[in-house]
Design a protein around this ligand. Sequence first.
Ligand code: RNT
Ligand code: ZN
Length: 416
Amino acid sequence: MKDNLINQAYAIAQERYAAIGIDTEKAIESLQNVHLSLHCWQTDDVSGFESAGDLTGGIQSTGNYPGKARNIDEVRADIVKAKSLIPGTHRLNLHEIYGDFQGKKVDRNEVEPEHFASWIQWAKENDLKLDFNSTSFSHPLSGNLTLANPDKAIRDFWIEHTQRCRAVADEMGKAQGDPCIMNIWIHDGAKDFTVNRLKYRQIYKDSLDQILSVKRENMKDCLEPKLFGIGLESFTVGSEDFYWAYCGKNGIIPTLDTGHYHPTESVADKVSSLLLFAPELMLHVSRPVRWDSDHVTLMDDPTMELMKEIVYADAVDRVHFGLDYFDGAINRIGAYLIGARSAQKSILQAFLSPVAKIREYEEAGQTFQALTLLEMAKTLPWNAVWEEFCLRNNVPVGEDCIAVVEQYEKEVTSKR
Ligand code: RNT
Ligand code: ZN
């Protein structure tokens, strides 16, 4: 695309925004300072490097698009490619099953920081900071219950795993001089009715208490609730109420996965409530289609509303912007590109919102005036600011991305 056209469009947009008191340069600077946490698991449909087993734990990746990453080198190459197409500097979110196990069988209760030493080195070389996740799905001991399992042997296995993951995360945080954000999500639940809800939640609470009793300086813990998983439809131990109470009481970061709610529920509305009681927030930005389907994130209304609520709450510095989807039906590098850029475009629009003026109107009871600005903001030339942002970051603008992704497919992924 012609650079000078983009510059011209930006200059006009800058003036138009200035007329309503918005500084586009400031918005660009703010967006530059938002670092997305890119999930590694879109590269290979959440397979990891442990075994050829199926994905379990109530989550499912559908689609057979060719070219998925088959090993650590391919995951890394794909991430490097994806990152080169996303403006700004970002983080990488790893799961424990992506450790560098060198072909050895390292069970989940044996994982050590050394299994992530090459990741730490690689991340440093590629200007990426790391985040982390324990992995309790896709394992012979996963079943329906892990940390909430009444069977002490199974439960202790997962406690050990999660404690070790916190040690790995701590090592990552230390090496990068910035806390590693470690998320705990477990699928524990029941397919059919249970009369033991309290019992399972008591057990889980105790497991978490044990896991979190060890203080770690270089990592931060987050807890991610869910409505239900496939095959576990009747009961979820780690429900929203469970975690929000636990996080509030213990000062832990809640994780909001936008796919984990009833389709009509507003995730955006949760931000201001949670931020009053929790230190920070972790996001898993996804796109649910009728269920937690993990379609690629788009710049849709729920995503834009979510980002606006964070900006309106003046909380950008208290939020970790993770992505979480795994669509096996489309070009996977393209999936990163679309999802990350859509999240960024939603954040940019929030930065460009004339919220101060709208607040003035609202507080004066001038509803018509407030609504006019709210509506107008939707069609202001924000895309000219976005394209300028891409240009300044040396990434392809607009449809120019398509050829780049196609070329990588032709030269690399189609040969797998
Ligand atoms: C599952 C959760 C969880 C996973 C990843 C792979 O419903 O959203 O975050 O998607 O940990
Ligand atoms: Zn998630």
